[in-house]
Design a protein around this ligand. Structure first.
Ligand code: B3K
Ligand code: ZN
Length: 855
């Protein structure tokens, strides 16, 4: 496959200020007529090149005159038309089949609907067009379809006309006044019901809001609508950004490769990020709906009004928009808990990516398939970069920077460099060295040493940074790293203030005075930089911070580190005393000044994969055993506490209040510790919770506990759950996922059986991810020493690739972690990758991921 390089960027040869699209819709065969006004961009004599993927031109007209096949060429699917003048009107006609589109890119059918997904390069599967984000056009769209099958016809922008036609057909026209790149084009036709509402913007514009779903799903759209209105108000207040069209529509579809899509005025969502009610969605699902609705809405400014010049700039819109949705969710709920969750996600996905063969900078230098670059690095590390700039600038100057950015680049296709420059100019800061964060891949490691001089009362903090080599980047330069610290006095349990240090050199020393006794270091507070910090803090010091640190993230982190040390010590055969861990958990759980949601986070054991990340070579079985042992000890040692928490957090009626949600989270944590303790009645308690719960948060958590069990209640609960929800795809996903994440001795056999289950299908990405995505994230199960896990995932990738290459490619990275495991496992993983690569006709998507993973 061809490698696309950032350094090869060249402005488009031809611009397309206007496009008129005319669709005659039908699931089997839809007709697409496109009329493009094109203008030559600069002085050159190159022909017009319109990208196409699988399209056959039935007609090509230039300025109204039909061309013969000899007058144009097809090159790699693209239509090449020689043009003589400066401006022309080029018209094409193609037929496409939505029903045959299993890739879910372009125009496809999903559960009786017709819908589109164009980002990144799906528009070329609909019509011939310069499919690149720096070609911005005004769109006029006409849709015609059967009135019974497709009573609702939606597209971007504002509706400008509709009418009936003979033969039970009808039409609608939409006009989008804002020039946009074709990846933001969208269209939906189907039998949809609408949750209609409205929002009045800051300047008094009335916006009609619509969330369109299948009739049955209408009662589950309330939370998404509330989230949308909160997002609109928040963006006005925090960023001064107002909505700009008269309508804003959201459509939920069941088959979707990604989470959602920010098409101008017509967001299209994976239904899992729209539909929520207490019986079918967990508290986490409610949060995910709120976060994704906000994310897509915020793209209207960070993505649509200001878009990306080329796909190497993807983090310009994604990193910034993730930062915006994270800040929004923090404001809607608990900022500390949100930060903890976000950091956990960053470490689980991005740190692993950054440490492996697929590591790439936030602004990559090259790719084969852009679909593979919607990564945790672009999204989550990208968001951390914006967060660091916001921290260094402070609230007011950061806002000056974003105001300048939006003002300068409104209506343009911009670059990451443009964003950084707007921060510099608007916020008055020098970010020369900071730019390395966009260029250098790999997670920086910062070693912190604290020395104390009794005589002078001086504490000296020595910080050393190293950035590991990553593919194509053997040598790194020191970066500018903002690190928040505080130094605690042991006697008073207090510190003299939070300090923001900026580490700019490979090694740097910072001096602090006024300490009679050696202070205790609280570092990277709030997770101010996306780095790995190594300290030499003792278990006692960590226990101190886990009780006294007033930065909630640092307090959580101290607790986690305490547990990590204990667990890694056990795995390595140097067991530490568990007493400090047990005491810290007890004290935290009993601390009445803390809210329940925070307690639940703080007392939670680190995941097996996070423990693996702390080791030179991951030993999945030893990690699993050590974590099990510690969980059992904590469970037993504090059994009365867990029983008490579990009993007293039982709610009397459902509520979504922060208190009620916190109580559920803590209750589930208590149940897990009770189950871990091996208490004789643990399965009964879990089954009782499962049976009586009036909400999915408690029901699924209880099911998860039972899924780990070898007792008879396991199968009963799984059957009850399946039968109760067999008509609900999103809940069935949970049934698959819970079993794939379980710690059951027969897990591998269970997953194999589930893959043959009548409700399993390769054509729905949510279902594939719920089984195989979850299984591959279950470190202990996936890395079973038989190699069965690797074989199963490789088989799946091979079977899925011809159907949906994008989703298949997303399952490759777990196999690429072979350097992190012992030789035997490593060889089996490499063999799985080689077997995938040997498949004839393998997609570009999987080829890129598998070949890079082997290198
Ligand atoms: N911008 C979309 C990305 C979908 C592209 C998938 N290849 C989702 C989002 O980040 O909002
Ligand atoms: Zn996004």
């Amino acid at each position: 496959p061809v490698i696309i390089r950032r350094s090869d960027y060249r402005a488009p040869d031809w611009l397309v200020p206007e496009i008129a699209l005319d669709f005659t819709l039908d699931a089997q065969s839809s007709r697409v007529r496109a009329r493009l006004s094109v203008t030559r961009n600069g002085a050159h004599d190159r022909p017009l090149r319109l990208d196409g993927d699988g399209l056959v031109p039935r007609e090509v007209l230039v300025d109204g005159r039909a061309l013969n096949a000899a007058d144009y060429a097809l090159e790699d699917g693209a239509l090449v038309v020689p043009l003589t003048g400066e401006k022309h009107v080029v018209e094409t006609l193609v037929d496409i089949s939505p029903a045959a589109n299993t890739q879910l890119m372009g125009l496809y059918a999903s559960g009786g609907l017709l819908c589109t997904q164009c980002e990144a390069e799906g528009f070329r599967r609909i019509t011939f067009f310069p499919d690149r984000p720096d070609v911005l056009s005004r769109y006029h769209v006409r849709m015609e379809a059967d009135r019974k099958l497709y009573p609702v016809l939606l597209a971007n922008g504002d509706p400008v006309g509709a009418g009936e036609l003979e033969g039970d057909r009808h039409w609608a026209e939409w006009n989008d006044p804002f020039p946009k790149p074709c990846y933001l084009f969208a269209m939906v036709a189907g039998d949809l019901a609408c949750n209609a509402d409205s929002f009045t913007t800051l300047s008094g514009r009335e916006v009609k809001l619509g969330i369109w779903v299948k009739e049955n799903d209408l009662p589950r759209t309330g939370h998404a609508m509330t989230a949308l209105k909160h997002s609109m108000a928040w963006d006005e207040k925090v960023y001064g950004r107002e909505y700009d069209l008269d309508v804003f529509n959201i459509v939920a579809v069941a088959d979707f490769n990604f989470g959602a899509m920010e098409n101008k005025g017509l967001n299209i969502f994976n239904s899992r990020y729209i539909l929520a009610d207490p019986d079918t969605a967990t508290d986490m699902d409610f949060d995910a709906v709120e976060g994704v609705v906000a994310h897509e809405y915020f793209h209207n400014w960070s993505g649509n009004r200001v878009t990306c010049r080329d796909w190497f700039q993807l983090s310009l819109k994604e990193g910034f928009t993730v930062f915006r949705d994270q800040s929004f969710s923090a404001d809607m709920g608990s900022p500390p808990v949100k930060r903890i969750e976000d950091v956990r996600a960053l470490r689980a996905a991005q740190f692993q990516e950054d440490a492996g063969p697929l590591a790439h900078p936030v602004r990559p230098e090259s790719y084969m398939e852009i679909g593979n670059f919607y990564t945790a690095t672009i999204y989550n590390k990208g968001a951390e970069l914006i967060r660091m700039m916001a921290l260094m600038l402070g609230e007011k100057r950061f806002r000056q920077g974003t105001d300048l950015y939006f003002d300068r680049h409104d209506g343009q296709a911009a670059t990451c460099e443009d964003f950084v420059r707007a921060m510099e100019d608007g916020g008055d800061i020098d970010l020369r060295q900071f730019r390395l964060w966009y260029e250098q891949a790999g997670t920086p490691r910062v070693k912190a040493l604290l020395a104390h001089n009794h005589a002078s009362g001086e504490a000296r903090l020595i910080l050393r940074q190293t950035i590991p080599a990553t593919p194509g980047q053997p040598v790194k330069q020191p970066m500018a790293i903002p690190i928040r610290i505080a130094l605690f006095d042991r006697a008073s349990g207090k510190h003299g203030g939070d300090t923001l240090l900026t580490l700019t050199q490979a090694e740097q020393e910072f001096a602090f005075t006024g300490f009679d006794t050696p202070p205790i270091l609280s570092i990277n507070r709030g997770f101010s930089a996306p780095i790995i910090v190594e300290t030499e803090r003792s278990q006692d010091e960590l226990a101190f911070l886990s009780a006294h640190d007033d930065d909630p993230f640092a307090r959580y982190e101290a607790m986690q580190q305490l547990m990590v040390n204990t667990l890694v010590g056990d795995v390595a055969g140097h067991p530490l005393d568990d007493a400090p861990v047990i005491a810290a958990i007890r004290d935290t759980a009993n601390d009445s000044a803390l809210d329940a949601a925070f307690i639940a986070e703080a007392i939670r054991l680190p995941s097996e994969s996070y423990l693996g990340d702390q080791m030179a070579i991951v030993d999945p079985d030893a990690i699993h055993a050590a974590r099990d042992r510690l969980q059992a000890k904590i469970g037993k040692a504090l059994e009365p506490l867990w029983r008490d928490i579990h009993a007293r957090t039982e709610a009397n009626g459902f509520s979504l209040s922060p208190q009620a949600r916190g109580a559920r989270k803590l209750r589930n944590a208590a149940l897990a510790y009770l189950a871990g303790s091996g208490a004789a009645d643990a399965d009964d308690l879990a089954f009782d919770q499962f049976d009586r719960a009036d909400n999915m948060t408690e029901r699924q958590a209880a099911l998860a506990v039972l899924s780990n069990s070898s007792g008879e209640k396991r199968e009963i609960a799984l059957d009850v759950f399946y039968n109760r929800y067999s008509g609900d795809a999103l809940v069935l996903d949970k049934w698959f996922q819970t079993q794939a994440l379980a710690f059951h001795p027969d897990i591998v056999a269970h997953v194999k059986e589930l893959a043959q289950h009548k409700s399993f299908t390769l054509t729905n990405p949510n279902r594939v991810r719920s089984l195989y995505g979850a299984f591959a994230a279950n470190q202990w199960a996936f890395n079973h020493k038989s190699g069965e896990g690797y074989r199963m995932v490789a088989d799946l990738i091979i079977a899925l690739d011809p159907i949906n290459p994008q989703t298949a490619a997303r399952l490759v990275p777990p196999l690429g972690r072979w350097r992190r495991f012992d030789v035997e496992r490593g060889e089996m993983m490499q063999n799985a990758l080689k077997r995938i690569l040997a498949q004839p006709g393998l997609s570009k998507d999987v080829t890129e991921q598998a070949s890079k993973s082997l290198a």
